[in-house]
Design a protein around this ligand. Sequence first.
Ligand code: ADP
Ligand code: MG
Length: 238
Amino acid sequence: MGRITLDKVRKAFGPVEVIPPLDLTIEDGEFVVFVGPSGCGKSTLLRLIAGLEDVSGGEIRIDRVDATTLPPAKRGLAMVFQSYALYPHMSVRKNIAFPMKMAGVPKDEQDRRIEAAAKALNLTDYLDRRPGQLSGGQRQRVAIGRAIVREPSAFLFDEPLSNLDAALRVGMRLEISELHARLKTTMVYVTHDQVEAMTMADKIVVLRAGRIEQVGAPLELYQSPRNTFVAGFIGSPK
Ligand code: ADP
Ligand code: MG
């Protein structure tokens, strides 16, 4: 569970082709990072996978199912945004429970998953608070908790740490990596931060103007960048 295949996926907004036809396979359990400069199409690509944008062409398969026209809720994926998107008037517990309620998960199963997620994310003491009473890092954990309880076949992260200060970012980076090591669920992670990409990824996808410049393990990209763009972006001495 959690293999995602893009087959000639493209996206245009009006006359502007933001993603030219693109092929990519994300293996089950992989931690894949999309990296590239601002405006290169990272969020668009993630939103296409999530189903938040319709493709202009091509096919998206999730675990061999053609998901190209499936609505987001039917894709079995969970997306974590940089802006947290928590409900301010609901407690942490209710925020985390919300997607399960929508999906009709029985109440006792909801409680079991909330306890497990809270424990994993150090939120047990905060379940009755509201988002406004939490720090930025804690709010980000709630957003991750809300994704975990859906038991998705893959997590999609769009620059989840960009609102946090530098010190907190390092801590959360480690937490997300540990979560991946424990859950072994596919994670697709968008960032413009080279250090995040190098330290977290099994596989890095370097994007430039909607095209894949190179795909590879962090060390491979560092040691054998295909061109000066990749070298410059990854920070290797070529
Ligand atoms: P990134 O996440 O890498 O910064 P985006 O995927 O947000 O880049 O954007 C890629 C390009 O697509 C940008 O030029 C952006 O202006 C354009 N774009 C994104 N969303 C829309 C939209 N809804 N309508 C028109 N253009 C868009
Ligand atoms: Mg973006």
